[in-house]
Design a protein around this ligand. Structure first.
Ligand code: GLC
Length: 732
């Protein structure tokens, strides 16, 4: 019997492998047969991407007649064309071309399509791959049923400089957290839906865009190969390992060579990583190689880019205008064009667009699925898991009783548009639930008083009196402060990341008027708010939480959800500290706080962040015990018992850091190498283990990649600056 079973399994395995091989060869054969029919102009058309005219996300060139270009097969993909109606319209034009090759539609679905989720930096703060995956899954579905084949997400740019506007869009400061986010979102975006629809994801911006000097967007990244490989590249490597369909290059140069045509990056991607997908330029970035001072002119920029391995030209027209003559002149072999076109055709085949170019265009399905109750519920749950509890004196939170009078104060308390943050492709009427609306729905029988108190910016304090009067009369005050939605995002870098306007002054007055004040800080970056950090009784950092913002905030305020998010990017105390991050080197003279010493301290400000990476509080308490560390074949194993010793159910983020003590290249004082959100009911305890593959300890040093063997300290930390356990050990 066993022999029959064995041979049956073997037969099935062989049949499956043969079927997979057959399918692979079918798609390759189909791509080759289409390619064989194409003229050079039609091939180059497939490498040309233009924006729709509905909502441009970059500087639109003079508007050319796209309809003619579509009918002539001069465009292979478009962005910023949304919805079944518009995508069907554009697709119909493209199908009218000689070969009728269907278009790809791409879209910046960065944190939701119609149902808006928390900004990606807030998703990173959840430190929970399942939370990240849920956001990606719902977003992918809403995009797919709206005619979108390709989401320009996840943005994987690690950054250590909160002045940079695009930190809101990224994974924070840590390469390991960023890699977990890359893997989770890639898989979740791209997994096919039951009806066969699926979307392509896009790892962007490749690479080191977050290393912009001074935190100024698009600025130079000038860094060592160690920093490139150990800090900026890991999440892109993770995305490639998890089969992400596309990459997008970044605007910046790296050490003198723009990423759009940086041979080092493409060698790494296609040769070292054996990447099988394709690369799209960022908006106009090929053209900008002339501005960088790298390309003599747009023709040379086209030649350099296509030779480097850049597949599709988004919105610079360099490929459309110059590749034909470059091939004719023999400067670019047609085989290079063919290889690029083939990559694009294979993706269109995989999306079954040749079988049915309109399979993503179904208005009824679109209208039924967008903003569904299930999607809003997912957004609310993800949002609550993205809120960080920074301070909670006298256990002011959670607010279990129903206050008779609630004062809702601040410029962000009733601002619908701000709740979505940047990088949302909204129609003109945002629909997010504001804090004020959620307070009213949570406390239907209480007296709710709203006072704006002041604007987000400006020096006008005339609203302070009314606001403090309202605070004085209330049983509970909710104070919503922060930046405006468009103070972070692309081209939104700030030289001063302090809370803008007179908001800190307003907060001081409110705290004097009523100590039962909960401060909600909203924004797209770590802001500086020293007075509030000192004076506020309780602080929740709520980022931009999207469609269900107000409801999620009230779920946390009332204790329906015990906050579990943690700091994904160090909060500076002072602008002068930037860049401040946890995985710094020890140096020969580490900074000491005590004055008069020869150490790497500032003489006028602290060198320590206001809130370190991994920091966050809970409504309950956790006790760690029985911690052991063992070296196994292939991995380290940390075993521990965790107990919820407080009064509330909740999650503890168990964080495992390593420090290599010495070696031929210095390494950071801490490197996060494992984490897990562990949910325990109050009084519950759990014993579990966390494994760290030795391969995760590899490091790019002075002589390239080194394995992880050597002398280490391993830590368990409540955050990067608060270790609760350490042990020295040798990694084989
Ligand atoms: C923008 C952004 C990029 C986006 C693209 C298309 O300039 O840099 O992230 O995907 O253009 O909108």
């Amino acid at each position: 019997m066993k022999r029959i079973y064995f041979f049956l399994c073997l037969f099935l395995l062989v049949a499956t492998l043969r079927l997979q091989a057959q399918r692979a060869s079918d798609r390759e054969a189909q791509a080759d047969s289409i390619l064989s029919l194409m003229t050079l102009e039609e091939k180059i058309g497939q490498l040309n991407m233009l924006t729709g005219n509905w909502e441009a996300t970059g500087p639109v060139l003079n508007d050319r007649n796209k309809a003619d270009k579509l009918k002539n097969g001069e465009i292979g993909s478009m962005l910023n064309v949304k919805g079944s109606i518009h995508t069907r319209e554009m697709q119909t034009l493209a199908l009218g071309s000689r070969l009728g090759i269907p278009l790809l539609f791409g879209q910046d679905v960065i944190h939701g399509y119609k149902t808006i989720f928390p900004i990606p930096l807030a998703l990173a703060a959840s430190f929970d791959a399942e939370v990240m995956a849920l956001a990606a899954r719902v977003s992918a579905r809403e995009a797919a049923v709206s005619g979108i084949h390709w989401v320009f997400s996840p943005m994987l740019d690690v950054s250590r400089d909160p002045r940079w506007g695009r930190v809101m869009e990224g994974p924070g400061e840590d390469p390991y957290l960023a890699s977990v986010m890359a893997a989770s979102m890639t898989r979740s975006y791209q997994h096919p839906f039951e009806d066969g629809l699926k979307v392509m994801a896009c790892a962007k911006h490749f690479a080191a865009y977050g290393g912009a000097i001074g935190g100024r967007d698009y600025n130079t990244a000038d860094l060592s190969l160690q920093t490139l490989h150990n800090i900026y590249l890991p999440p892109f490597r993770a995305a490639a390992r998890h089969g992400i369909a596309t990459f997008m290059c970044s605007f910046n140069e790296i050490n003198g060579v723009p990423a759009s045509a940086n041979p080092y990056l493409y060698e790494l991607l296609y040769k070292d990583w054996n990447y099988q997908g394709f690369v799209v330029s960022d908006w106009g970035s090929i053209r900008e190689m002339v501005v960088h001072g790298y390309s003599k002119d747009r023709k040379q920029a086209a030649e350099q880019s296509v030779h480097a391995g850049l597949t599709i030209d988004m919105e610079s027209n360099c490929y459309a205008e110059y590749l034909p003559e470059l091939v004719t002149e023999g400067k670019v072999a047609e085989s290079i064009i063919d290889r690029a076109v083939r990559q694009v055709l294979l993706q269109k085949i995989d999306l079954k667009l040749f079988e049915d170019p309109f399979r993503y265009c179904n208005e009824d399905r679109e209208n039924n699925e967008l903003l569904s109750a299930a999607n809003r519920s997912a957004a609310r749950s993800v949002a609550a898991r993205s809120i960080i509890l920074l301070k909670n004196e006298n256990a002011l939170l959670p607010v279990k009783d129903t206050p008779r009078t609630v004062a809702v104060i601040g410029p962000l308390a009733d601002s619908r548009r701000d709740m979505d943050g940047n990088w949302v492709m909204l129609s003109n009427d945002p629909i997010a639930v504001t804090l004020l609306e959620a307070v009213r729905s949570n406390y239907p029988h209480s007296r709710i008083v709203f006072e704006k108190g002041c604007d987000i910016t400006g020096e006008d304090c005339s609203g302070f009196d009314q606001a403090t009067a309202a605070a004085r009369e209330a049983d509970l005050v909710l104070l919503a402060l922060g930046e405006a939605w468009d103070m972070s995002g692309e081209a939104r870098s700030k030289g001063d990341i302090s809370l803008p306007g007179v908001q800190q002054q307003l907060a001081t007055e409110i705290y004097k008027a009523n100590p039962r004040t909960i401060t909600l800080l909203m924004g797209g970056r770590p802001m500086i708010f020293e007075e509030i950090a000192r004076e506020a009784p309780a602080i929740l950092y709520t980022w931009w939480l999207g469609t269900e913002a107000g409801n999620a905030i009230m779920d946390v305020v009332r204790g329906e959800v015990n906050p579990s998010a943690r700091v994904p990017m160090s909060f500076p105390r002072h602008l002068g500290q930037i860049p401040v991050y946890y995985n710094h080197k020890n140096t020969g003279r580490p900074p000491q706080e005590s004055p008069g010493n020869y150490s790497g301290r500032y003489i006028d400000i602290s060198h320590k962040p206001r809130y370190p990476f991994g920091y966050g509080l809970s409504y309950t308490r956790f006790h760690y015990s029985d911690i052991t560390v063992s070296t196994q074949a292939g991995n380290l194993r940390v075993t521990l018992k965790l107990e919820n010793t407080g009064e509330e159910d909740g999650s503890e983020l168990v964080q495992v850091y390593l420090q290599k003590l010495w070696g031929e290249t210095t390494r950071p004082v801490r490197e996060l190498k494992q984490f897990r959100q562990v949910y325990l009911a109050r009084g519950e305890e759990q014993t579990f283990h966390l494994d760290i593959p030795y391969s995760d300890l590899a490091y790019y040093g002075n002589n390239g990649w080194m394995d992880g063997s050597g002398e280490y300290k391993i830590y368990l930390g409540r955050n990067a600056n608060d270790m609760i356990y350490e042990q020295q050990l040798h990694i084989p």
